[in-house]
Ligand binder design. Structure first.
Ligand code: NAD
Ligand code: UD1
Length: 333
């Protein structure tokens, strides 16, 4: 089977390419390299010993994507390409709505034109807003997002659902990721955000390598066991494996299916600091800061549906996530 991976040089996309190749799939990638580097292609090939076809293409320029569809017949598309920085999306909403929504509509038009109507889409637990129930099942209603990035995910879920409803040749899998961290065990693939990171684990790694003096913990007065925010951190390789299982689903049904990809475990900010210190023998100084606007107290998944219907569950524990994150950071930061 041949899979198109959009955004395949990015953090989650690159790990997914590795898992697809190791499971016998042919992989074609396009990316505009806005937030990733072309060297990632070599790294994927080095890890797997297999070749991928790479195209530099931008979703906003439909004709730049056309050669990808002219030259290949795809069994499915895994759609990672998009902008994901929450703070930037608040400052530049037009840029985010245009890139993520117009870009995806352009992609869907080409998929229709070339008769490839199966898509796995990268969504996020952010679509639940402040969840009405913990752990969060897929039955939980979608909520109010606190930023334009989140709304692009929520709106694209609706758009793809409607496209599938109107044309039953379409098949859509919406994957709602919880908090991906970690890196490939080789240390060749991982996440290296530009500038000062917003997310917890990238920030901790900057402190660990000595580039930032201390971690600010955003609030210690939440209604959680130690007062700091609780999240469902999931190893990026586990997340990537979930996509391989989702390929089987999207190629065998004509429907819209939604799955949470999380571990089902909630860890607080201070749990993460402690786990990182213990796993790696590195001290992470921190101080308590005010709450960050838009944050919620607790967010973790009920991952049962993915286990029952996709045959997938996360395998790596928090210690392993911390070790692999640090292994990557030491080599690349
Ligand atoms: P990433 O930024 O590392 O990867 C996204 C890739 O898309 C980048 O390589 C970027 O260059 C590319 N891209 C962006 N706009 C493009 C365009 N117009 N045309 C072509 N390529 C374009 O991000 P990631 O962490 O790997 O996330 C992948 C997907 O998963 C994104 O859609 C993201 O919103 C979603 N997601 C991520 C997280 C997370 O915590 N990392 C959580 C939930 C959902
Ligand atoms: C954030 C986004 C979410 C996005 C996800 C992945 C917000 C409100 N949510 O989720 O939309 O899908 O990233 O990109 O931005 N923390 C600190 N100090 C820090 C950084 C984080 O204490 O320097 C805390 C946060 O308050 C939170 C936890 O660590 O309790 C995790 O934060 P983060 O990694 O940013 O993820 P989310 O907020 O869950």
């Amino acid at each position: 089977m041949k899979i198109l991976v959009t955004g395949g040089t990015g953090y989650i996309g690159s790990h997914t390419c590795v898992e697809l190749l190791q499971n016998g799939y042919e992989v074609v990638v396009f990316d505009n390299l806005y937030n990733s580097k072309i060297e990632v292609v070599d790294k994927i090939e080095e890890i797997t010993g297999k070749k991928i076809a790479f195209y530099k293409a931008d979703m906003l320029d439909k004709e730049s994507m056309r050669p990808v569809f002219e030259e290949h017949n795809f069994d499915a598309v895994i759609h990672f390409a998009g902008l994901k920085a929450v703070g930037e999306s608040v400052a530049k909403p037009h840029f985010y709505y245009q890139n993520n929504i117009t870009g995806t509509l352009n992609l869907c038009e080409l998929m229709n034109e070339y008769g490839c109507k199966r898509m796995i889409f990268s969504s996020s637990a952010t679509v639940y807003g402040d969840p009405t129930q913990i752990p969060i099942t897929e039955e939980c209603p979608k909520g109010q997002c606190t930023n334009p990035y989140g709304w692009t995910k929520s709106m694209l879920e609706q758009i793809l659902t409607d496209i599938q409803k109107a044309d039953e040749e379409w098949s859509v899998v919406l994957l709602r990721y919880f908090n991906p961290i970690g890196a490939h065990e080789s240390g060749l693939l991982g996440e290296s955000p530009n500038g000062i990171p917003n997310n917890l684990m990238p920030y901790i790694m900057q402190v660990a390598v000595g580039k930032l003096p201390e971690l600010g913990v955003f609030g210690d007065d939440y209604d959680t066991p130690d007062g700091t925010g609780v999240r469902d951190y999931i190893h990026v390789v586990d997340l990537a494996r979930g996509h391989v299982n989702a390929v089987e689903k999207v190629t065998s049904t004509n429907a819209t299916n939604i799955y949470n990809l999380g571990t089902g475990n909630g860890y607080s900010v201070l749990d993460i600091v402690k786990a990182f210190e213990e796993a790696n023998g590195v001290k992470i100084p921190y101080s308590i800061k005010p709450r960050r606007a838009g944050d919620i107290a607790t967010c973790y998944a009920d991952p049962k549906k993915a286990k029952e219907e996709l045959g997938w569950e996360a395998q790596y524990d928090l210690r392993r996530m911390c070790q692999d994150s640090w292994h990557f950071a030491k080599q690349n930061f």
